[in-house]
Design a protein around this ligand. Structure first.
Ligand SMILES: Nc1ncnc2c1ncn2[C@@H]1O[C@H](COP(=O)(O)OP(=O)(O)OP(=O)(O)O)[C@@H](O)[C@H]1O
Length: 337
């Protein structure tokens, strides 16, 4: 019996590389002076997936990636990347994975071919061939100096350097900024192909359409917290936009029962619009039969609506609560403030 199987013959996630998450974090906190960049981040990235960290500017995406790649020790909490601890095995992690930061620094006096040859010295045999193949595919001029390249061409050099050893895990911080739409599309498709061959891609982005196109799983990060994480297709199915038409805009609606959860709520005239997770027929019936309600309709929410609910929902919820304070209203369920 292999060490990856237990007494019953089934796979043991603690020792089996093919089952254990490629990346896991446990209660990661990052406090800079005057700024809590990350607050209790728990994530698990499964092998063979494209996992997207989706968040606005300043949400904490780069900070998390810097912690995972060992450039920044967290204030507290732990992480594992390819089975290693980034605070103690940063160099090994960086050798094993591919990583492109949001502002890659390169020796810009080197020529495109030279930088590949130079970097190959840090990797096993086969790196230079892989690099040359990639710069060929990206149509990069091998004899041009890095400083003479366009922004998009530099991004392609950085990607070629990260991909040349065909890493099992690729971490990309805002990977497509600087790429033109055609190359961006090709690049995103190549990420899907990588995942199909069992490799894993973690990327950060604030572009919803981009994430929607490539990601299998997402984590929506807002103000240093993971507001929502899961398989994109499941999240899409479980989130609905519910529109409740009211006789009186000040009507107080009943709290929904478990497992339904209101992520955001907005009132416009006599219409209340809510983004609800796991809407059950019972809760829909509860709303429909509430005093002052004359119609309830629901449809699947888009990723954009979900994102807005997670990043603006708290404020929207607070606004509603304040609006109802005079009423007085029952507590509104919402995402973690
Ligand atoms: N070295 C640092 N010192 C102090 N504050 C920092 C430092 N690094 C990051 N921060 C702060 O931490 C927060 C998260 O920043 P981070 O760069 O992780 O966000 P992000 O989601 O990657 O944003 P963007 O999409 O704009 O790149 C921000 O408020 C930022 O100002």
């Amino acid at each position: 019996m292999s060490s990856a199987t237990n007494e019953t013959g089934s796979r043991d996630p603690a020792t089996d590389d093919s089952v254990a998450p490629v990346i896991s974090t446990n209660e990661i906190e990052m406090h800079f002076s005057g700024c809590d960049a990350l607050r209790g981040v728990n994530l698990a990235v499964r092998r063979g997936t494209v996992f997207a960290l989706l968040g606005e500017n300043g949400a904490g995406k780069t900070t998390l990636i810097r912690i995972l790649t060992g450039f920044q020790p967290p204030s507290s909490g732990t992480a594992r990347v390819c089975g290693m601890d980034p605070t103690r095995q940063a160099l090994e992690i960086r050798r094993r994975i591919g990583y492109v930061s949001d502002s890659p620094t390169m020796y810009d006096w080197m020529k495109v071919d030279e930088i590949g040859w130079f970097t190959a010295g840090f990797y096993p045999d086969g790196y230079l061939e892989g690099y040359r193949d990639l710069i060929g595919r990206y149509e990069l001029p091998p004899t041009r100096r890095i400083r003479e390249l366009s922004k998009g061409q530099r991004a392609k050099v950085a990607l070629s350097l990260a991909l040349a050893h065909d890493p099992e895990l690729l971490i990309l911080d805002e990977p497509t900024s600087g790429l033109d739409p055609l190359v961006r599309r090709e690049f995103l498709e190549s990420m899907i192909d990588r995942a199909a061959t069992g490799r894993t891609v973690l990327l950060s982005s604030h572009q919803i359409s981009e994430v929607e196109r490539v990601a299998d799983e997402i984590a929506i990060v807002h103000q240093g917290r993971v507001q929502l994480t899961g398989v994109l297709a499941d999240l899409r199915q479980s989130i609905s936009e519910v529109t409740v038409k009211l006789h009186d805009p000040l009507t107080t609606l009943p709290s929904l029962t478990q497992p339904s959860q209101i992520l955001s709520e907005q009132t416009s005239g006599r219409q209340r619009r809510m983004i609800v997770r796991d809407l059950t027929p019972e809760n829909e019936a509860l709303l429909s039969s509430s005093y002052g309600v004359f119609d309830v309709a629901h449809r699947s929410a888009s990723l954009e609506e979900l994102f807005v609910a997670c990043t603006r929902g708290v404020d929207a919820t607070k606004a509603i609560a304040a609006e109802h304070e005079a009423a007085p209203a029952p507590p509104v369920q919402g995402v973690t403030p």
